[in-house]
Design a protein around this ligand. Sequence first.
Ligand SMILES: [Zn+2]
Ligand SMILES: [Zn+2]
Length: 100
Amino acid sequence: MLKSETQLHSFDPQLNLYWQERATKQGKVLWAKGSRNYRIAEAQKWQCPLCGEHLFNGDKIETHHIIKMTDGGLDTIDNLIHLHKTCHQHEHTGSINARS
Ligand SMILES: [Zn+2]
Ligand SMILES: [Zn+2]
């Protein structure tokens, strides 16, 4: 069922919205409502701020510290952001092409 949805979602904005809502539901199943991960995801509208895609687009998700803990960053919602695993790697290597 996921297969046909991903094939269709790029053609029709309404289907795209439907698909995004389905993806958001996955997150709501994974993370308990009101939990830290859930609240971080809500704050960023369930999207990856780096690539703009939905967090649950099939990629693995990692949680990034905006201010590194070694620089005094805290483990708080304000300082945490969910990124795709690949986007997270780009964030740490500087730019998308830095290590290619
Ligand atoms: Zn991303
Ligand atoms: Zn990070």
